[in-house]
Design a protein around this ligand. Structure first.
Ligand code: CA2
Length: 157
């Protein structure tokens, strides 16, 4: 379920999350920490608000739904922050959808996939992203919002 915290006249920053991230904080805390997705959502809204942006935050376990939500950013978003989770490493459909966007796209990861298994070293998302932030836990999302704010400074929409 997508939630929009819109109050400003700028389009929201869309923050999309892929499969299994709904379980954050409940399993594998040694890799992903103890922060839940609801807590990340709250922290993102506050950080974006401090830069004058609202957020639309969503998660899906389904590739097609994620593709549709990425398409929604074409006309509805100031920028897209995407943690595509496992689809990062597999989904040409996600990459094709990203290529249709003209707004900034920041790839985020809680962990640092470059330090993990070989199959996580390939990122289709990176090929369609403005930049990538990985390895800082919840802070990856905060840094991504700061990056978006910097990129959009001075832009009205
Ligand atoms: O580090 C990240 O943010 C990842 O995108 C997380 C994905 C992983 O496939 C990527 O390589 C890196 C996995 C998300 C799974 O989330 C879980 C949440 C709780 C318990 C287990 C997995």
């Amino acid at each position: 379920m997508a939630k929009n915290t819109s109050k400003s006249n700028r389009l929201p920053i869309h923050i999309l999350n892929g499969p299994n991230l709904n379980l954050l904080g409940k399993r594998e805390p040694e890799i992903y920490g103890r922060t839940t997705l609801a807590e990340i959502e709250k922290a993102c809204a506050a950080r974006a608000r401090s830069h004058g942006f609202s957020t639309l935050f969503a998660q899906s376990n389904k590739e097609g739904e994620l593709v549709e939500m990425i398409q929604g950013a074409r006309t509805g978003a100031s920028a897209l922050i995407l943690n595509a989770a496992a689809y990062t490493h597999t989904s040409v459909a996600v990459l094709d959808a990203l290529k249709m966007l003209s707004v900034p796209v920041i790839e985020v990861h809680l962990s640092n996939p470059a330090r993990r298994e070989d199959f996580r070293h390939k990122s289709y998302v990176a090929m369609g992203a403005t930049g990538t932030i990985a390895g800082f836990g919840l802070n990856s999302y905060m840094l991504a919002i700061d990056a978006v704010a910097g990129l959009l400074k001075g832009k009205k929409k």
